[in-house]
Design a binder for this molecule. Structure first.
Ligand code: FES
Ligand SMILES: [Fe+2]
Length: 449
């Protein structure tokens, strides 16, 4: 029940109590409407208001101090300018329709991608996930293991995840009841047939469950996974716990998002204004907030073999207020990118503690990326700290979103010497494309929100 509803109930309760009507006696006498009250009317009203405000404040404080932060943005929520009476969705659609895409690299790089958080999939539950041009039935068997199969049943094409049910470690099709095994996709039962044909199977996708997330391996040629997603042991052991997540949809090519880490120059321009000035780039440089500035020192580097699918951005952040440096807020972050779809942003601070933000980028469509930031933090640190870190990171990230949503991909950018890490990043990222990686095909009808 929402805090508002609870507050409303309490207020009504308080009104009834303060009215304190006398019950009817056997002859029907009494004061059922409470016209003779314990307190005069203005005092009653005041009491009700105080009770309501008190309950609301307690609810608000509870959420602020103890609950995880959940900030889920719709595709049109961030980074579009709605003017001339248009809605944000209209503005977003227009930008996407008119946009020049440029000469794009393939749209689905090979690698691991998050499909769901572990807690989003209960034992015995099946969910439909649509990403990378595929439809998946992601389900958790009664054995507790998560499986990813093609969603469409090979019999007559029903979607296994829409009305299908989990039976043991199999999923049963809602249409005629065929059952498919999670670990290899083989059909193990056709309720009305004597024999199950050997070739009756659905495609099974390599998947893993690590750091409380379910990930799927995508390779355009169906090749087996070439690396694993590293486990953050503190999460598995429960030393770092879930403190919140944000969710964004970004209208851009996937490569533009990690490229941000190698684009050193944009930090001083886009991310210097204090987070108090918000994410809307029209106002971030306003004079009002000029006294708060972030400063960044960044270095980006690919990792050597055997981790050439990884890269690292080392980032030193400091803060000045009215030109005065606040050393206690100096933060060092290591952003380790693992393949095209997963980044570990590791925080280690003398008194703010340790933790990680997992940034996961999963292409939903060729030019629509789903991005989640999930924070796990030392359980001994008050939740307010990681929630603040996630919120601050989100504001900075949304500034990038405004750029990404409106920009064009430039295959041959006009770079200066100081931009050299961008070239380096493009070379590094190209390892995730192979000959058959899918290219953008134009079909505009699916681009509307
Ligand atoms: S369509 Fe799935 S069992 Fe027939
Ligand atoms: Fe950025």
């Amino acid at each position: 029940m929402s805090t508002v509803k609870v507050a409303a109930l309490i207020v009504v309760g308080a009104m009834l109590i303060t009215q304190g009507g006398e019950p009817l006696d056997s002859t029907g006498n009494g004061d059922p409407l409470g016209t003779e009250t314990l307190y005069p009317a203005p005092a009653q009203a005041l009491l009700c208001i105080i009770a309501g405000v008190f309950i609301l404040s307690v609810g608000w404080l509870y959420r602020l101090l103890l609950c995880p932060l959940e900030l889920l943005r719709a595709p049109e929520d961030v980074g579009y300018i709605a003017e001339d009476g248009r809605s944000r969705a209209q503005a977003a659609n227009e930008v996407r329709r008119r946009r020049k895409t440029g000469e794009l690299p393939p749209v689905y790089p090979n690698g691991w991608y998050r499909v769901l958080d572990s807690r989003m999939l209960e034992r015995g539950e099946v969910k439909n996930v649509s990403a990378l041009g595929e439809q998946w039935a992601v389900f958790r068997g009664e054995d507790g293991k998560a499986y990813v199969l093609d969603a469409y049943c090979p019999h007559l094409g029903a979607n296994l995840a829409v009305g299908g049910r989990v039976v043991g470690s199999c999923v049963e099709c809602p249409f005629h009841g065929w059952q498919f095994r999670g670990n290899d996709g083989k059909c193990v039962k056709i309720p009305y047939a004597i024999k199950v044909p050997e070739f009756a199977k659905v495609r099974c996708w390599p998947s893993c469950e690590v750091n409380k997330q379910i990930l799927v391996w995508y390779h355009c040629d169906g090749e087996a996974p070439q690396w694993t997603v590293p486990e953050q042991e503190e999460i598995t052991k429960g030393e770092w716990i879930y403190r919140g997540r944000t969710e964004h949809f970004i209208s851009a090519h996937i490569e533009e998002i990690p490229e941000n880490a190698a684009d050193i120059a944009h930090l001083d321009h886009l991310h210097t204004p204090g987070i108090v000035s918000g994410a809307d780039l029209r106002y971030t440089n306003s004079k009002t907030w000029e006294f708060v500035r972030h400063h960044w020192k960044v270095h980006w580097e690919p990792e050597p073999e055997p981790n050439k699918h990884c890269s690292q951005m080392l980032m030193k952040h400091s803060l000045t207020v009215f030109g005065r440096h606040w050393p206690l807020l100096d933060v060092h972050v290591v952003a380790r990118q693992v393949g095209p779809g997963v980044v570990f942003l590791l925080f280690n601070h003398s008194f703010l503690g340790r933790g990680v933000i997992l940034q996961c980028v999963t292409p939903v469509e060729p030019l629509l990326q789903y991005v989640s930031h999930t924070i796990f933090y030392q359980s001994t640190i008050p939740p307010l700290v990681p929630k603040f870190i996630l919120r601050a990171e989100c504001i900075q990230f949304e500034r990038d979103v405004m750029i990404w949503n409106n920009k064009k991909y430039i295959s041959k950018p006009l770079l200066v010497t100081e931009d050299s890490a961008i070239h380096k990043h493009r070379r590094w990222f190209s390892q995730f494309y192979s000959e058959n990686s899918p290219l953008l095909q134009y079909h505009r009808d699916s681009l509307d929100f």
